[in-house]
Design a protein around this ligand. Structure first.
Ligand code: SAH
Length: 357
């Protein structure tokens, strides 16, 4: 398989032009513009590049373009859910949400996921593979091209665990915020992780201005272990200490995600315990009423229970919001569209996933 040209930074592309293809470095800037500003989908669109060089590019590189296989638009709020097919046939989901403050796109970082969270649909079939930087970029590019509207905010909360694909995700973050590309401010980008502690520390070292969101979902290790296998590897104490470190290095407030699962983690006792645990951290809590998936029996509490949980956090001076549910009518929860699609196909693949925690 040839390397994906969309996954090279401008500097890398300059070196390839001069060292490998015997071309002038300014060609790299021209090509980079076609790929990352004009959002072209073939080498033949690069009209200021000679036919000879275009042929050379085709010989050396793949130009990965995601194929829109399905689009569902919510009649309630305009949320648009895209199912994209990758070059090798794998499928991923991306979601466009329209807010007053601009367009947000939720992208996937892996095809599938190997983290095994009990409430999540993305992980049910395990991990197929990591996405390349170019494949993450192209989710934004194709949605922008499809709608004709600029993408303002990005959240990496689709299929996959971004910090399990660290190098490609951090390269993506640099490229999407590069002034030679779409130049989306890092402050408008959120990376959500289930809590791979060493990788959070490594991310802190890069000193990016992105928001880090932690999928906490429990105030203590016992409950967390029940719903998130990653909790067997890293304790909440280690996780919160990595959050302190991230804040110290970047000055960025941490977001905690807390999916409320009735009878599992949503009692007032747990709200109190949560407040106690995180009150020293400059943070914001995002409560997410669990989105039930048909493979599991988790349920949402009542509106009243959810709002009591929120009030208790507020009483303890914790910043908290309840995440507004978007696209309720178009298969909301993560990975559900991809999953239902793959179920329609006959599956012979029954390989066992390796145990990682
Ligand atoms: N791997 C990353 C991104 C996952 S998706 C992470 O773990 O953070 C983004 C958020 O949605 C995570 O907080 C995840 O735990 C949560 N989530 C997944 N499935 C859900 C469901 N069915 N209902 C509510 N939240 C869910």
């Amino acid at each position: 398989m040839k390397p994906d040209i969309k996954s090279y930074t401008l500097d890398e592309l300059k070196n390839i032009m001069t060292d490998e293809l015997g071309e002038k470095p300014f060609r790299a800037a021209q090509i980079y513009r076609w790929l990352h500003v004009a959002l072209c989908t073939s080498f033949d669109e690069m009209t200021n590049i000679s036919a000879g060089l275009r042929e050379k590019l085709k010989e050396h590189f793949e130009l990965s373009v995601l194929v829109k296989e399905q689009l569902q638009v919510s009649k309630i709020d305009g949320t648009a859910k895209y199912l994209f097919k990758l070059g090798d046939g794998n499928r991923i989901e991306s979601v466009l949400m329209k807010y007053k403050h601009g367009n947000s796109v939720c992208i996937s970082s892996q095809a599938g996921c190997r983290m095994g969270c009990k409430f999540c649909a993305s992980t049910l079939d395990g991990l197929a593979r990591n996405l390349l930087p170019g494949e993450m970029l192209d989710q934004i590019y194709r949605i922008q091209a499809d709608t004709g509207e600029r993408v303002d905010n990005i959240v990496i909360m689709g299929c996959g665990e971004p910090l399990d694909n660290f190098d490609n995700v951090t390269k993506f973050l640099k490229m999407i915020s590069d002034e030679n590309g779409l130049n989306i401010s890092q402050r408008n980008i959120t990376v959500s992780t289930c809590g791979l502690v060493p990788k959070i520390r490594e991310l802190a070292e890069l000193n990016l201005q992105i928001t880090l969101a932690i999928s906490l979902h429990a105030p203590n290790d016992d409950i967390r272990k029940n719903i998130m296998p990653v909790a067997n590897k890293y304790s909440i104490e280690e996780l919160l200490s990595a959050c302190d470190y991230y804040f110290m290095k970047t000055g960025r407030r941490i977001t905690f995600e807390y999916s409320l699962i009735n009878g599992v983690n949503d009692s007032l006792k747990e709200a109190r315990e949560l407040a106690e645990r995180i009150k020293h951290i400059n943070s914001h809590v995002n409560l997410i009423p669990i989105n039930p998936i048909k493979e599991r029996s988790f349920r949402q509490g009542t509106q009243e229970e959810i709002s009591e949980f929120k009030k208790l956090l507020e009483k303890n001076k914790i910043n908290v919001t309840i995440r507004r549910e978007m696209g309720r009518d178009i298969q909301g929860a993560c990975g559900q569209l991809r999953k239902s699609y793959s179920e329609q196909e006959t599956r012979t693949n029954d390989e066992k996933e390796e145990e990682i925690f």
